[in-house]
Design a protein around this ligand. Structure first.
Ligand code: SF4
Ligand code: SF4
Length: 431
């Protein structure tokens, strides 16, 4: 499997590979190993390869780099490792090196560049989506899907097409006002990240989250000029773009006058990246308050008594999908359950394989579509086996991936949407 040394090896942080004792406890949790069943596509195999590269026994060529590209950066291996190997730091150090010339095909380089030129910029994304809207939900789309027409354009374009949601008018405008006053006794003031993909592909999540925060006594401020947090480019190891986006977002949030209790995030991929800004920006710029996932925040402050009394039952069982950047990246798991349990009579169900990635992983399901589709199907079967009619997902990437792969007609909603519906603040199809 290991090829001969063919290129000058880049420097890797050996102190990060040293603690690995090759026990293999991480293998059963590793999503890439699960679908590729190859040691080189596991955390242990990649660590072994890095040691071989450092020892000058292996070159960092396209074949070796390809085994790093199969990693989803889901960090399940970090949670599983008994030796404390920080594989998350390791893969983050490797990602920028994977962008070196000669390690990927021209098509893969171009596709990634195109995605990074569009996705982090809501204006560009919306311009493109105006064209896409003429196609989604139409007879043409149905025919294209039934006949497999999109397959002709290759697996990456086919994956993109299959992930497209039906676009509503609210996808094209940020309808939430800049200032959203607290309802009832005021408990504080927060800012909120709209997210670039979330505001376009699932705007209902942002609307519901702001309503839930308001109804719990928080004024919510949304700087209208806020852009992308940099999570997508961070995941791709494009560090200068990530710093540029992070820095712009910090400036945008810090321009808000007056005291803020937190910068609230409702997408776990974004929250995970924003919590690393101190390191990313080397503390040159930072938010003047803490970044907090909305579930983390609301559990810490507690749902208000008036909000609790508003909650009405929701019919149907709910299965929880734990996003990787939530459980492995931010150690947030119980908080979702605590909040959802506040909904009267709601029955929560747990899938068997909560720790395995769904295959979304930033743009992984667009650039590694076969592996991602296999993981999506595994996750869909696991969630379906709970018998729940609703899936709770707190990350936009996972939500789109689950909606694509679930076959049983289950609805996929954000926990904030479920809380908002239960409180009579929001409406959703089928609820
Ligand atoms: S569980 Fe940790 S120590 Fe064991 S093989 Fe995996 S990374 Fe190495
Ligand atoms: S981050 Fe996820 S996909 Fe990558 S090695 Fe670890 S468990 Fe496997």
């Amino acid at each position: 499997m290991l090829s001969n040394a063919s290129t000058r090896p880049p420097k890797f942080p050996t102190e990060l590979t040293d603690p690995c004792v090759h026990c293999g406890f991480c293998l059963s949790t590793c999503a890439s190993y699960r679908v590729l069943a190859s040691e080189m596509d596991s955390p242990r195999g990649r660590i072994h390869a890095l040691r071989a590269i450092e020892a000058g026994e292996l070159g960092f060529d396209a074949t070796v780099a390809g085994h790093f590209d199969t990693c989803l950066s889901c960090y399940a291996c970090v949670t599983a490792c008994p030796s404390g190997v920080r594989y998350d730091q390791l893969i983050e150090a490797i990602r920028p090196k994977l962008n070196s010339i000669g390690l990927r095909s021209i098509w893969q380089i171009s596709l990634r560049q195109l995605l990074l030129w569009v996705l982090p910029y809501p204006r560009r994304l919306r311009t493109l989506l105006h064209l896409v809207r003429l196609y989604t939900g139409t007879l043409l789309q149905k025919v294209a899907r039934c006949t497999g027409l999109t397959r002709l354009f290759g697996p990456e374009i086919e994956a993109m097409e299959l992930l497209l949601p039906v676009l509503t008018a609210s996808a094209f405008d940020d309808l939430i006002p800049t200032i959203n006053p607290a309802i009832g006794p005021r408990r504080g003031r927060v800012s909120f990240l709209l997210g670039c993909v979330q505001r376009c592909f699932d705007p209902s999540v942002n609307i519901a989250t702001v309503k839930v925060l308001q109804a719990n006594g928080f004024e919510v401020v949304l700087p209208p000029d806020q852009g992308c947090c940099g999570a997508v480019s961070h995941h791709q190891g494009k560090m200068s773009l990530t710093r540029e986006l992070a820095s712009a977002l910090v400036r945008s949030m810090n321009r808000i006058d007056g005291k803020l209790d937190a910068v609230i995030v409702a997408a776990s991929g974004c929250g995970h990246t924003m919590k690393t800004y101190g390191e990313l920006l080397q503390d040159s710029e930072c938010f003047r308050t803490t970044v907090s996932d909305v579930h983390e925040f609301l559990t810490n402050v507690g749902l208000s008594d008036s909000f609790r009394t508003q909650l009405k039952p929701i019919a149907g069982a709910v299965a929880i999908h734990d996003a990787c950047h939530m459980i492995h990246g931010q150690n947030i798991q119980q908080q979702l359950r605590t909040l959802l349990n506040a909904i009267p009579n709601l029955e929560l169900r747990e899938p068997m394989e909560a720790g395995i990635c769904c295959g979304s992983a930033g743009i992984y399901n667009l650039v590694q579509p076969q592996e991602a589709a296999e993981l999506g199907m595994i996750k869909a079967i696991d969630l379906s086996s709970t018998g729940a009619s609703i899936i709770a997902s707190a990350n936009i990437g996972c939500t789109l991936q689950l909606r694509r792969h679930l076959q049983g007609g289950q609805a996929v909603y954000h926990p904030m949407e479920l809380l908002a519906v239960s409180a009579g603040l929001h409406s959703l199809p089928s609820l």
